[in-house]
Design a protein around this ligand. Sequence first.
Ligand code: AHR
Length: 342
Amino acid sequence: MIKNSAFINKLIFIFFAVILLLMILGGRFFTNIEEDTYVSEEEDRIVVGVSQLGSESGWRTANTESVQNAFTQQNGYFLIFNNARQKQENQIKAIRSFISQRVDYIVFAPVVETGWETVLQEAREADIPVILMDRKVNVRNDGLYVTCVGSDFVEEGERAGRWLEEDLARRGMDERNVNIVVLKGTQGSSSQIGRTIGFSVVAAKHDNWNILEQEYADFTSAKGKEVMESFLRKHPDIDVVVSHNDDMTFGAIEAIRASGRTVGIGGEITIISFDAVRGALEMVADGTINVDIECNPNQGEYLSRVIEMLEAGEKVEKQYYVEENVFTMENVTEELLEERNY
Ligand code: AHR
């Protein structure tokens, strides 16, 4: 009898243990469902999936901050952010995940221009509007994205060329042979392609401008230094460095100084840079960098304005360019440096 009641107690214990286990598993199961369906819970907010291409430069950090500050809960958004770490396959994966989460909008900065057709078609079939930021895509059907908010990179490259024309004329050196090297950004990216085209258009007008070499340096300081070191080894007679962003410029200046040569105003090598982040503008102010062609990373507000227009059923343009400037020692003021948010 005692044996039997011990057995029954054991059974009761096992029964309750199983019930408890089921309740725990059930709880987790339902929690998972809630997580998976959070998009529908956020119905009153606009759900935006953002695929940022990486964090290679100071400019990129500022661009990410601008987007994160625009798509906030207070502004009525639910932001799903992904950093692709310079890999196109990571961006494609992120976009597919946004599609499966049924976001309201996909915003992405394409690391390169080509290779987007399939995934953008998938977004289109899911009826999710795609907005490009910063860079462009090269697709046969431009109906695969709604609009693009970014910079006019060809114009930026032309501005660099036009500044060099004026500077050489100012110094009475416009008839002399000028040896130029170019540190290019990420191969296949809009900013690299556009700046190369823009500068080449101006350079083609001058028989005395010799572009000695152009090399990709991935928009990073470390690569900029490495490529500049190799330029300096091969070409003892460089007059001008055109560097597609400030990070590469920082690396290049280090390499040039280490080689014993001087840079900037009154120096042996003229430095032309792009972006105009605060650290570089300080170097413009002290004459280390001759000119900095601005690339404006503050694109978050433009993007949210475009989304507001789409929400209101308004027609949007295919391309919006952000405002940009050219900075030399003459117009980099204390106030500008203080106000600069990047
Ligand atoms: O596409 C914009 C470029 O990308 C910026 O010039 C550069 O700094 C960034 O990494």
